[in-house]
Design a protein around this ligand. Structure first.
Ligand code: AMP
Length: 283
């Protein structure tokens, strides 16, 4: 497994692989890897000759009062997991290499960032779109894998690839959960024992939505209210949003007829967690 610490090293590596006609699959991450990240690597592994992971905590996607300085890190463990998952190259740049002095370009989508997480994190998706554009240009992959866990991000990347004509196939990986239903996240490391119990309110809310929809409930407002009441009963929870929306354009829906996205963001103490599910009333 090669470890590339600068963008010129990474680009050179990819160029060499391409001259050897090797295909490249890419999984961008912010590190502190867990089974969710590993599942994306496992999905990509059989599809290409080379498997690249990037580990970079991207400062431009964090707001001023967010957890950039506290974001968990364990590079040694990450490298071990990456190696076991069959990664052939790790891109591990530092911030100065990615954002040199006088950096001034931003990639910003007009529409999709206006919903869900974008409402409370106004600069987040411009940061994501900018870093992913840069990483795509540096790594030059044929395929890139993103998790459905960050559903809005996935939709934004798909749109970005279409709008900017990247010749990269975007694949999505299912949400990997702990046995109790909690979606795996690097940020789960912030949770106390009690908060971990409260954090179950997210996946349980999705179960509640599934149950209500299976029972014939068509009114999204009714479901939203029931979920909100449900979450409020858990200690230390502050709801940021509960949304029942169109999975393509993320707009709120008036009535549940087709497949919908139920998406949530809840603060457990100071830790902001997200989760989502696609629910089809016909099934
Ligand atoms: P992050 O390191 O949090 O930026 O995530 C890197 C990639 O892993 C993103 O595409 C995420 O959607 C994905 N990811 C994070 N958590 C999970 C999970 N529990 N299951 C599957 N993919 C995940």
């Amino acid at each position: 497994m090669d470890i590339l610490k600068t963008k010129s090293q990474m680009r050179e590596w990819s160029k060499n692989k391409k001259t050897e006609s090797k295909t490249i699959c890419f999984v961008p991450t912010m590190g502190y890897l867990h089974q969710g990240h590993v599942s994306l690597l496992e999905k990509g592994k059989p599809l290409c000759d080379e498997l690249v992971i990037s580990i970079f905590v991207n400062p431009t996607q964090f707001g001023p009062n967010e957890d950039l300085d506290d974001y968990p890190s364990n590079i040694e463990k990450d490298l071990d997991l990456a190696q076991k998952a069959g990664v052939t190259a790790v891109f591990l740049p530092d911030k100065k290499n990615i954002y040199p002095e006088n950096f001034q370009t931003e990639v910003k989508l007009q529409y999709l960032p206006g919903f869900l997480c974008g409402k409370s994190r106004p600069i987040h998706f411009a940061g994501v779109a900018t870093i992913v554009t840069k990483l795509f240009n540096i790594v030059m992959p044929d395929i890139a894998v993103f998790g459905q866990k960050d559903y809005q991000q996935l939709q934004i990347i798909r749109q970005l690839v279409k709008d900017l004509d990247f010749n990269i196939k975007i694949l999505e990986g299912n949400i990997i959960r702990e046995k109790n239903g909690l979606a795996m996240s690097s940020r789960n490391a912030y949770l106390s024992k009690i908060q971990r119990k409260s954090a179950l309110c997210l996946s349980k809310s999705l179960d509640l939505a599934r149950k209500l929809i299976a029972g014939g409930e068509k009114n999204p407002v009714t479901i939203k209210k029931k979920i909100e009441t449900f979450i409020e009963a858990f200690p230390e929870t502050i709801i940021e949003y509960v949304s029942l929306c169109n999975p393509e354009n993320l707009e709120d829906i008036d009535r549940i007829e087709d497949k919908i996205l139920v998406a949530l963001a809840v603060k457990i103490g100071r830790t902001r967690l997200i989760d989502n599910a696609l629910i089809n009333p016909a099934q």
